[in-house]
Write a protein that binds this ligand. Structure first.
Ligand code: KMH
Ligand code: ZN
Length: 273
């Protein structure tokens, strides 16, 4: 376990819109401005979903390149992680478009999961195809775990792909259809990881704080942002992603887990410094 805390900001996702929170960024410039504010508040990695100007989610290679270039301009110290999950209904080929932006990390979802009214489809051949494409691009995967069985799939994938050495995981908890965002699920999943693995946890909606605080106490890291929650507290929308980051950075500090420097964050996540 590292003492330092790595906070990942997920500033917009594919599903959250300005109807949920008017501060959700869409354009490369808006996402990059949120990256800068979030970095200053303590975030060290950004989980990127690209959007068109009207907010429609896209995995278009050119739009990802523009979005990542804008982030690197505004917040060059940040670790850039692109989504290969995209939005429900996108084809595998479409979803892999984000790798063209040459990120340091990319998500690799470890199984199919009900996702609200839809299904987020990640059957075994797709997982293997994505793992192969991510590794071939020289990108470090983050294994996305939405349900308990996804940890078993991650083990299968590690042997098949092959993923070398300890992997980094993110438990995405509280998606309607996936594992609930409870402290018990955070510690259960953390306890099932192989030796040396690193992890963060994401609590959707009102599970945000219990999940984040459990992750901090249990030696994990935290993902947060408008992709995952739009309220700062019950009935009050967050004014920016940075406002959410700042609170968790403060909780980390009070818990003996100050935010990692950019260099330490890369070491912790198994990236070349
Ligand atoms: N938008 C979700 C269907 C990822 O970024 O890798 C999938 C997702 C996971 O957000
Ligand atoms: Zn995502």
């Amino acid at each position: 376990m590292s003492d330092e805390l790595v906070i990942t900001v997920a500033p917009c996702g594919a599903e959250t819109t300005r109807e949920h929170n008017p501060a959700v960024p869409y354009t490369p410039a808006e996402i990059a401005a949120e990256a800068r504010r979030s970095f200053e508040a303590g975030a060290r990695m950004i989980h990127v979903h690209a959007r068109w100007d009207d907010g429609v989610p896209t995995q278009d290679a050119g739009r990802y390149r523009d979005t990542v270039a804008a982030i690197r301009q505004e917040a060059p110290e940040m670790i850039v992680q692109v989504s290969t999950g995209g939005a429900i209904g996108m084809t595998a080929e479409e979803r892999l478009g984000s790798l063209a932006a040459r990120p340091e990390m990319a998500t690799l979802t470890c199984g199919t999961v009900n996702f609200g009214r839809g299904v987020f489809e990640n059957p075994a051949p797709l997982m293997l195809e994505f793992a192969t494409a991510i590794l071939a691009a020289g990108v470090r995967p983050e294994l996305e775990i939405f349900d308990l069985g996804h940890l078993d799939n991650a083990g299968w994938l590690a042997a098949k792909a092959p993923l070398e050495g300890p992997q980094h995981h993110d438990f995405v908890l509280g998606v309607p259809g996936g594992a609930a965002g409870t402290p018990a699920n955070v510690t259960l999943m953390a306890g099932r990881l192989p030796d040396g693995a690193t992890w963060s946890a994401t609590g959707i909606g009102r599970s945000h704080l219990p999940v984040a605080m459990t992750a901090i106490a249990a030696g994990g890291h935290v993902r947060l942002g408008f992709e995952d929650q739009v309220e700062y507290e019950r009935g009050r929308l967050a004014s920016s992603n940075a406002e959410l980051v700042e609170r968790v950075a403060r909780i980390g500090e009070l818990s003996g887990r100050p935010v990692a420097s950019p260099r330490r964050a890369r070491e912790i996540l198994g990236l070349a410094a």
